[in-house]
Design a protein around this ligand. Structure first.
Ligand code: HMG
Ligand code: MG
Length: 298
C-alpha cells in the first residue's frame, strides 16, 4: 500500500540555487524560503557551509541564515567538515547534512577525498553534531549511476549507506544525482538496503528528473514504504560537480501526484506554484516543472 502522509524535504534553495550561473541576491533567497514555509513546506534545506570557492552561489550562508530566524520550518544545512560544522553551529543550526558518495570519482570531484577519507572527514562532524543534539542527515550521491563510472552496483551503495548510518546519521537520502534511475532499480536498491538491516523509515529518496523518471521512481519508493521525499520548488537544480545533473524532481509535480493519490503533504499547491513563478522571474527563465507551467498558463 501507499503511505497516508509524505514529508517533503524541500531542496530548492540549496540544491537548486547552488547550480545557478548568476548570483541570486541574499534577500531573494530569504524571501524564497519564507514563501516556501508559508506554502506549507516543513523541512526546507536553507544553504551549505561548504568552501565558498567550491560553491560561490552559496557563499552568503552567514548572511542568509540569520535572516531565517522567524521561518516556521526545519532548516537543515549542508556541512562537509568540521570547519563547516563550526560555521553552522555558530549561527544556531540544529539540523545538518553531510554528503557522501557511492563512487570514488564523485567523492574526489565533490569533496576532494576518497570515499574512505570522506567518511573519516564526516566522523567528527556527526559525532559533535549528535553531542549537541543536532539532527543529522546523510546524503549518499550516485546511488544509481555515475557520469564517469557508469552504473553503480547495489552492493557498493549498501556498503557506504551502512557506513553513514554507523557514523550516527539519523536518516539517509539516496541520491540519483544524475537522474538515471528507473523504478525497478529503485526497488532493488531499497530491498538490498532492507536486507542489510537498513529500515525504510530511515530512508529518504532524492531524484533528479533528467530522463523524466523522477515521479515513477518516487512512486516505486512509496510502494516500498518510503515516506520522505526530496524535491525542489519549480524543479530548480543540479550539482555543479556532477556532469549531466539536471533539475531535481519539482515539488509541484510531486504534490500534484500526491494530492491525486490522497496522500497528505500539508503543501498548498497554489501558493507553491506562485512562489516558483515568482522565482522564475527572479532567475529570468521559466520553471521546467510541467505542473508549474500547467497551473500558471490558464
Ligand atoms: P579541500 O580543498 O580539500 O579543503 O576541499 P581543505 O580541507 O584542504 O581546506 C582548504 C582550505 O579551505 C582551508 O583554508 C580550510 O579552512 C578551508 P586555509 O587553511 O587554506 O586558509 N575550508 C573551508 N572554509 C569554509 N567552509 C568550509 C571549509 N572547509 C575547508 N566548510 C571541501 C574540501 C569539502 C571543503 C570542498 O571539497 C567543498 O567545499 N566541497 C563542497 C562541494 C559541494 O557543496 N557540492 C554540492 C553539494 S553535494 C550535492 O549537490 C548532491 C546532493 O544534492 C545529493 C545528490 O543529488 O546526489 C546532496
Ligand atoms: Mg541533488
Amino acid at each position: 500500500g501507499l503511505p497516508a502522509r509524505v514529508r517533503i524535504h524541500e531542496v530548492g534553495a540549496r540544491d537548486g540555487l547552488q547550480n545557478e550561473k548568476g548570483a541570486v541576491p541574499t534577500a531573494v533567497k530569504a524571501e524564497f524560503i519564507h514563501r516556501l514555509a508559508a506554502a506549507g513546506l516543513t523541512t526546507i534545506e536553507a544553504t551549505s557551509f561548504v568552501h565558498p570557492k567550491w560553491v560561490p552561489q552559496l557563499a552568503d550562508a552567514e548572511e542568509l541564515f540569520p535572516q531565517l530566524a522567524d521561518v516556521d520550518a526545519r532548516l537543515p544545512v549542508l556541512v562537509p567538515n568540521e570547519r563547516g560544522l563550526d560555521r553552522a553551529l555558530a549561527l544556531g543550526a540544529t539540523r545538518i547534512a553531510v554528503f557522501g558518495s557511492a563512487t570514488e570519482t564523485f567523492a574526489s570531484r565533490n569533496l576532494n577525498r576518497t570515499v574512505a577519507e570522506s567518511l573519516a572527514m564526516f566522523e567528527p562532524v556527526v559525532a559533535r553534531a549528535k553531542e549537541g543534539r543536532a539532527h543529522v542527515r546523510g546524503y549518499l550521491s550516485m546511488c544509481f549511476g555515475d557520469p564517469w563510472e557508469g552504473p553503480v552496483p547495489v552492493h557498493q551503495v549498501v556498503s557506504v549507506a551502512k557506513a553513514l548510518l554507523d557514523l550516527g546519521c539519523d536518516e539517509l537520502s539516496l541520491g540519483d544525482t544524475i537522474g538515471v534511475a528507473t523504478p525497478g532499480h529503485v526497488q532493488a536498491l531499497l530491498a538490498a538496503l532492507n536486507e542489510a538491516g537498513v529500515t525504510t523509515d530511515r530512508i529518504g529518496v532524492h531524484f533528479h528528473d533528467t530522463y523524466g523518471q523522477a515521479l515513477s521512481n518516487t512512486l516505486a519508493a512509496l510502494q516500498h514504504g518510503v515516506t520522505t521525499v526530496d524535491a525542489s520548488a519549480g524543479g530548480l537544480g543540479g550539482c555543479p560537480y556532477a556532469k549531466s545533473a539536471t533539475g531535481n524532481l519539482a515539488t509541484e509535480d510531486l504534490v500534484w501526484m500526491l494530492d491525486g493519490l490522497g496522500i497528505e503533504t500539508g503543501v498548498d499547491l497554489t501558493a507553491l506554484t506562485a512562489t516558483s513563478v515568482w522565482m522564475a522571474e527572479q532567475l529570468g527563465r521559466p520553471s521546467p516543472s510541467r505542473t508549474v507551467r500547467a497551473l500558471s498558463h490558464k
